[in-house]
Design a protein around this ligand. Sequence first.
Ligand code: C2E
Ligand code: CA
Ligand code: CA
Length: 745
Amino acid sequence: MLNDRKIKKKLVRYTIFFVIISTILVISALCVVYVSRKAENNSHVAYVNAILGEYKLHFSEKIQSDFNTLIAVSDMIEQDYISKEDIINDVLTYFPIHSEFNKIGYYSTDAEYKIITGEKSNIKYEFSNRPEEEKQTIRSAWQGEKAVSEIYIEDGKEMICYAVPTYEDNNIDGALTANICLDKFVNIINSQTLDGIKVNIAWVNRDGDIIKSSEEDVFEGKRAYIIESAWSNKADFYSTSPAVKKIDVVLDKNTYPLYRIEIGQNDWSLVYIDSAGEVTSPVYSAIVMLIVIFGFLMIFCLIVMSYTFRYIKRDKKTILSLADYDQLTQVYNIGEFINQVQELDCNSADYYIVILNFRHFQYINNIFGRTIADKILVETANILMSNLSEDELVCRYRSDEFCMLLQAKDKQTLEKRILNIINNISNISAKLQNEYNIKVYCGISIRQAGSQKALPISDMLNEAEFALKTIKQGYENEIAFYASSVKEKKIFQNEIENCMEQALENNEFKLFLQPKKNLSTNEIIGAEALVRWIRPDGKMIFPNDFIPLFESNGFCVSLDLYMVEKVCALQRKWLEQGKKIIPISINQSKLLFYRKDYIKKLCNITEKYGIDNKYIVLEILEGLVAENIETLNNTIIALREKGFQISMDDFGSGYSSLNTFTNIELDEIKLDKEFLRSIHTGKKQKQMMENIISIANGFGIRTVTEGVETQTQEAFLKSINCDYAQGYLYSKPISADEFESKYIN
Ligand code: C2E
Ligand code: CA
Ligand code: CA
């Protein structure tokens, strides 16, 4: 079954799952990036090494093949296949055309010399006129070494010169030279590698000066400077890997690796400065791909998760609100409340079931309308929700009742919380710009922390409900805790309920009468019928102990009609005995007024005993006025037409308004006992009684004051023109027999 807690759990599980997956993804992405960056780094270095190696190979191959050409000619001279003169005149004349050499020459050790250019010219040069670089090479060849000169300039062209020795009878007799323009080497620098890559290579001499470099210069002319500064750290430079040397150089706060490979001739080197992006190894692309894939995976995960979250949240609102929530107030309904309570762990503090009910909500409904009443409920729900801590719950229990599960360390703490809540609820009126004073009452059931495993929620609800019922009808905020004494009362009530019908049949309900005195004539002019229940064991039970119960279980209907019958029977007896007959007031439960057959039943009884209806005064409770004024009025009019008298009991105990006088056709009002209790507190109370009586008189309504206990009270009532009085001053309620002997005989 779906519920909030489960959804929450699900959300938590999803979140944890999502966090774990994301963490794994991020960690593995970081690992992959780390490992592959390392691999990429290594592979990048290896790749640069390979590229530089390739360039070096082109260089040394070029130099080697040039030497080989010269050595081949030198061999031919030594073997005397042709004469030295022929070689010089014929072969060498044509040679430069077929090789890359610009000039080729022969210098005999005895300083005879001749140099032959490619243009078939046969020019003699002075050895002493040759550039110093060439002379050194020639001298090396005369010493038996093959040599390459450093760069020199001749006819505006940068040149180098090769020289190999020539032999006559195994003795060196001269040097064969070849002069070649540097362009041929520049071509190598500017060529592409086998992979089709072209990088910016510099050809550098032993001092770090650039001989030649590729055309493009990403370092804006600073390359020479970089290489020079690298050369100043030569020691570091040479300490790195054997073939290709690497050193980090800094330019404009950027660090560049500088690679150097020796060509193996004249301490020349090829240098490559690794500016980012120029060379990307294939591994690098693979890493970029991987990172992109991980990125997409993360984004995908995020989308799926956020979708799931939203789906669950929306679902929660729609599905759950239908099944488990009260549609008006959006708090749980009672079914879901019980489910949730059973899942709670109530072991850390005492916990309480609190049922909160509004005083006279029906009245609010009738007077202010459904919309306002609904708003009050919604506002109340909001207040209750906002007062909940963790592991506390609230639900709409019945139409105007809310039920809460609260936790508190003790009763006092809970009471304070509830009073605070009640206070907030009272403030709703102000919020709705409504003058009505909202009042509530609460029934509370309590369990000690950890007192049991599964919460007996149904028991607690019953107890709280019971506590709620112990609160009397009234107009104040009130709270009542369930107590075991109340439970005993409940047991007692159960007993009552079990035997009430039997008791009625057995005539255990006795008619007691309390006289009413006319204050102007001092005569007893009537009586009120009050029921007493005498159990077979003689024990007397007072109406306050069973009337409320009979009101709630409906038995009052039978009892009240039974009392009417008793009264009529008594009056019949008096008539038959030729005694005077006085009107008797009988308390009537409000339940009777909702019964269609009520009037008929009453009339049947009075007819049966032949009693004029005017001797029967029906006492109705003021509270009834608020509930359904129309039904009440119709019934009252019909009753009065039949001749019954109507008295409004407990007038002033509730929210009686002066409208009562105009809205309802009354014969009499009975001012509540509390009026007399309060008159000594001030002038106002006295004045109010006086005014009420005066208004009633004005409408021709009789006034009776209940609970008269002292002469002073009686004197006061006389002074304000109250018609009748009733109370212990004259008599307590006494049995019908006693009444008869005292007042009728
Ligand atoms: P009630 O109709 O307001 O009746 C007056 C109550 O006040 C009676 O209590 C009476 O004994 C008491 N009383 C009378 N004079 C004085 C006085 O001077 N001082 C004080 N302190 N109390 C006085 P009782 O008989 O216990 O009845 C209690 C309530 O039970 C009645 O209040 C009435 O609402 C209800 N009741 C009694 N009999 C019946 C009945 O037959 N049917 C119905 N529906 N309700 C009944
Ligand atoms: Ca009464
Ligand atoms: Ca009364």
